[in-house]
Write a protein that binds this ligand. Sequence first.
Ligand code: AMP
Ligand code: ZN
Length: 458
Amino acid sequence: MAIKLYDSLTRELRELHPAQPAGVFTFYNCGPTVYAPAHIGNFRTFVVNDVLRRLLELEFGAANVKHVRNLTDVDDKTIKRARDEGRSLTEVTKRWTDKFHADCAALNCLPPHEEPRAADPKHLREQVNMIECLLDKGNAYRTADGSVYFKVSSFPGYGRLSRVKERELQPGAALKTLAADADEKEDGSDFALWKAWKPDDGPNKWPGPKGAAEGRPGWHIECSAMSKSILGATIDLHSGGVDLLFPHHENEIAQSECCNGTTFARHWYHSEHLLVDGKKMSKSLGNLYTLDDLATKGFSPMAVRYALLSGHPRKQLNFTLDSLHAAESALHTLRAYRATLPDAGVTHDVFAPVLAALQEDLNTPAALGALFTIVNRKDGQADTASFDRILLALGLVLAPNPRRISAPAEIQAIADRRWAAKLAKDFATADALRKELAAGGWSMLDRKDGFSLEPAKK
Ligand code: AMP
Ligand code: ZN
């Protein structure tokens, strides 16, 4: 059965297939800005995309899926953070990249196959090249200060994704209020491709496109340039949180399609926000929780993952601590259930309805519902092999409750990854991670239904 997923551009459920039959399916997911810890709102988007990645791998085979997620490591926020802390931009972004990776591991999110950084010299050159392409084709112009802007009126397709025209607004009018980087633009809707250096940018500047000043790329160009360099001019699936639909993704389409002269993404997927008391969880509202905040309240990262999957990804989800209590208890039930199962021997796949729910527009709450219907039936139709396959698709790891484990978060994260590798029968990775644990002074004791961590004997 094929995966059906809502496409934000055509506004309908469409089957996912690679452009070439039996070709590699290419998947680009906009990544984090690395200047602070990501909050669990951000992680709702990344966890949902992780289940999508796992589903794609089941559908097309792991070797036939290529997943790219970028790191935004140069923009106003990262530069400001470096300036405020008196550190280099690289120091700051490396620190928060490492933290992001540790949190992703704790949430059992598979690392993307490639994770390009906007400030990587190779990718900076690609961004400059793309801007020069847009200048040559008349889709961009330089301003007196040496910045470069995209000329929105030069791209008739602008607004197709976000329907700005259907909302009976001039694109310019709709965008004017959102455009903070306004000074010398010809039209309020135009957006920056290259930002000329300003004293606030400190040492962070690079050679610009021809005829432009030294400076740095605008945010939108990084995804257009890096997805092209790694995945090609047309990608099969592009995703992100719903706040990126406009203007970020609209701008990515404009840049890529004007430069490459071909469709940028064949399918667009946007997941909805995590809310707190009815408002989007965000740094600016100060209503956020990080994984560490929740760990100090005694909640495991796996409970957070479960809670984030308990709502339909295309509907807003209100976050509560009660949902984490419910998630811990659901994980406990699953763990106890697994211990009752025979290792193997059941011939038909009793968990097929769980997978079917995921294949129907990534309906994670329906999948969890179907899973619990089977668990509660206790009819002896399941075995651990089929149960573990479905846990793997959801990315759930049934380690014992980490509240009882005093290992530091980074050790716990390695242990979770090793357990996942073991369940996936990737023994080479599991062995390598066991060595990493030993180097950190911990040993991992495996049991049938999970593991525990103990300080390694000297
Ligand atoms: P950022 O680091 O701000 O670029 O955001 C990284 C990802 O998190 C983007 O895909 C955003 O759409 C997403 N995001 C931000 N806030 C939330 C939220 N409250 N709920 C779900 N996703 C979010
Ligand atoms: Zn992007």
